[in-house]
Ligand binder design. Sequence first.
Ligand code: URA
Ligand code: CA
Length: 434
Amino acid sequence: MRMYDLILKKRNGGELSTEEINFFIESYTKGNIPDYQVSALLMAIYFQKMNKRETSDLTMAMVHSGDMLDLSAIEGVKVDKHSTGGVGDTTTLVLAPMVAALGIPVAKMSGRGLGHTGGTIDKLESFKGFSVEMPTEKFMDNVNTLKIAVGGQTGDLAPADKKLYALRDVTATVDNVSLIASSIMSKKIASGADAIVLDVKVGDGAFMKTTEAAEELAREMVAIGNHIGRKTMAVISDMDQPLGFAIGNVLEVEEAINTLKGNGPEDLLQLSLALGSRMVVLAGKAATVEEAEEMLKGTITSGAAIKKLKEFVSAQGGEVDCIDNTDLFPKAKYVVPVAAENSGVVKKIHAENLGLVAMELGAGRATKESEIDLAVGIVLTKKRGDKVEAGETIAYIHSNKEELIDKAKAGILANYEIVEGYENDIPLIHEVIS
Ligand code: URA
Ligand code: CA
């Protein structure tokens, strides 16, 4: 088999066979095909697309390019949740303790943040001493006894995806439905979940800018998951404004803690319930989503969820006094209000750009090597649909560097659209696909 023939076939709109896809992924992982040929094939796929069978084959070829995590030592149905990446999205920190408090095993592999989106591991490191580094045995033990553990990407999961994603990033071939779906699903399948709940973000702050595109991606991923025998569901949720109020690591952890104590932002709670309830249903612990939501709410009112968070953080070496008293978290030196320039109603908060403003304050990484400042970020006080008077505070900047404040202020003002006579008509949850 020659790579040249695969490129030509796809360029002319042909369908790649299972053998051809396996050949391409195996050879590329081994380093036997140069990047320029793979780039050409990716561009051909970008324009000619792949059908469901090809996408499924590509996913499985990438799964088999490396290790597969064996979670069989964990009792019960392992359900994982994955988000396609949002701004200020703290749902994992809210729903994981709630779901675990119901006795459902949460064995989560998480990542670090890059660019305008945050990562769960960075957020969890807000707890002094917290670590995701542990031997596999301890990880399994923690899940069996506490029902929850969060690990870093261990082993060599889907190495083909790592190489391909890096190449797509520099060849303008990221935003193709088949390539995104296979990339995400290969990692989820390799990390061993029996069932998967996907949070597909739509809007300005997401990969998918329109509901139609998000729907197509969600359907593709659900089809792949179910095709290979992992029960999969997708919730399409709004990323036309940041989720909750906080953007930044410690700030988001505080927001998650408040939510688990019953006084968090409504949208964060609602999305956590929507995703969490589907995890509970897929785990077979509730017959309906409504029943599951009631069970999850019960973990907040009974205190079981916040207790679970403490047990989990403590088991991974983190200090937990800050859960009872959030004043113990590291705080930014400067907390500066941002005042609205005109009166009206908030119509839009450009999530991706606010994510970038937070990144420049130090909350995120511009490159993989950047150091992050856990304490800094942005806390919004006004969200879409809220009335604002000129001069009223719409957000607070949390910064450790005085010289960054003016630029952040300008960035926040530029990304808030305040108009006359707007009524919020965008739902938090657009659709559920199962
Ligand atoms: N996230 C991934 O992991 N892969 C993609 O291709 C896009 C988003
Ligand atoms: Ca938030």
